[in-house]
Design a binder for this molecule. Structure first.
Ligand code: C5P
Length: 250
């Protein structure tokens, strides 16, 4: 089957749809990692680990390198605080930011408003993405620990509809859930999917997982990949092999 990466090539270039998770403690480790990848990466993700360690300066630094940056802080708070957080976050020039859909409709709407207020004149607003169920969560964990009854994919689909209703640009979910998300929302409602493992690499704490090629075949818009690349012995080779497997749809 022709992968959606080929079908949707007009959306943006293939390498701009692969987001590398920079889960490191220091700027030096980030720079080493990017150097080891030999300029193959176009889009990176700054999560809580790196943001707490290096502050917002790391976002500016990565932007200066010509990279697109997803700032993954997963905001989840009362509407007023979510709005203020997004207003502050908007000033750092990220291309994508996110929050937890579980914060509810009012929180998501307030966050959207805050983001728009915070963007400096003439700049584009970052994409605002809602986290559905973390890709480390299982059906059993959802039912027995956080007491959400029913099927996990139905919860993800419902969260995606809510995010769409709140005016968000898309959601974070497992690639396995992309078809039901597109069905519950719109084909152009974005899906950003972690839970990606190159063939043969360890799942670690992730449970709802697939390969990069399969994720694009399922119709995802962006994949997020971390340890399969960053912990590899030869990151540049694993990255290049991944690009071949995506192009060939294998
Ligand atoms: O190393 P790995 O490929 O598992 O990294 C996945 C990245 O995506 C991590 O930075 C993690 O915080 C992030 N993420 C996730 N699941 C979500 C949202 C973000 O794994 N639902």
């Amino acid at each position: 089957m022709e992968s959606s990466l080929t079908q949707n090539h007009l959306l943006c270039k293939a390498d701009e749809r692969i987001i590398l998770a920079l889960d490191f403690q220091t700027k030096a480790e980030v720079m080493n990692c990017l150097a080891s990848l030999e300029n193959q990466v176009r889009y990176v993700k700054v999560g809580l680990e790196l943001f707490y360690a290096e502050g917002s300066a790391i976002v500016s630094l990565l932007k200066e390198q010509g990279l697109k940056v997803f700032v993954d802080l997963k905001i989840h708070d009362i509407p007023n605080t979510a709005k203020g957080s997004m207003k502050s976050l908007a000033k750092h020039g990220a291309d994508m930011v996110n929050l937890h859909v579980a914060g509810g409709l009012a929180m998501m709407e307030a966050a959207r408003e805050g983001l728009e207020q915070g963007v400096s004149a003439g700049s584009k607003s970052p994409l605002l993405i809602g986290v559905t169920m973390l890709t480390s969560s299982s059906q059993q964990m959802m039912n027995e620990q956080i007491l959400i009854p029913g099927r996990l994919d139905e919860t993800v689909s419902h969260y995606a509809s809510l995010a769409c209703q709140a005016g968000l640009d898309g959601v974070v979910a497992s690639p396995l859930e992309v078809p039901i998300i597109k069905q519950a929302t719109r084909t152009d409602f974005l899906t950003v999917t972690p839970g990606i493992r190159t063939v043969g690499s360890a799942f670690g704490d992730q449970t709802r997982v697939t390969t990069p090629a399969k994720a694009f075949e399922l119709g995802t818009d962006y994949i997020v990949i971390g340890r399969s690349i960053t912990q590899a012995e030869e990151p540049a080779k694993v990255w290049a092999d991944m690009m071949v497997s995506i192009r060939e749809g294998k």
